[in-house]
Design a protein around this ligand. Sequence first.
Ligand SMILES: [Zn+2]
Length: 246
Amino acid sequence: MEVERYLSQVAVREIFPSGQKIIESSSIVVVGMGGTGSAIAEMMARMGIRKITIVDDDTIEVSNLNRQALYKENDIGLKKVDVAKVELLKINNDVEVNAIDQRLTHYNAEEILSEGDIILDGTDNYNARGVMNGASFKLKKPWIFTAVEGTVGYVKAIIPGKTSCLSCFGYPDQGEGISCTVQGVIPSAVRAISSLAVTVALKVLMERESSGDLVYMDVWKPTLETLPIPRNEGCKVCGENKFARG
Ligand SMILES: [Zn+2]
């Protein structure tokens, strides 16, 4: 790796050469390559992550272009993962990019998610997040939940065995959710939440995050809050009592 490329981030005390070494030896899986996922993948590629696996079965539409970092007008109609892979390699050819043209389901999740040291949520629906939550617990791999709606968004680290999971606080694990074009989302909120998600992911990789607090951000007001989410003994995914409950 070229040292010069990463000078500005290595100069930050929170990263330093030791953190950069971890970045350059880590792999991530980004599920969903919409606004959040493409911004996360772009930042991680620029920072020199070793390997990125991107997962999405969508094609690029004109309504994606206001917020989805890697796509341009002449990409309309093409597969998101194909375009994203080309663009990520243009940004940093040292990164290994693994493009998977599939939707994440209960059937393929464990195989796909085992490709990464950490999983980042770039999806917009409850089904995919439920799949990630269950599979990451089984695989004992951390994942970063993200959601954006209007001017607000959420980020939470979920580290099996350490933090609460998505089901601990009753987050729905099924349903398509409402698409961005219907419920509305401001591109600056997407970027802000993507930036927070990347930061939290780096902290998990460097073993400096274990609280699993839910971070809530409104870019319009603006406000940023962290809400502690305790583990739930009775959680059907990660709770101590889940086997007894059948
Ligand atoms: Zn749980």
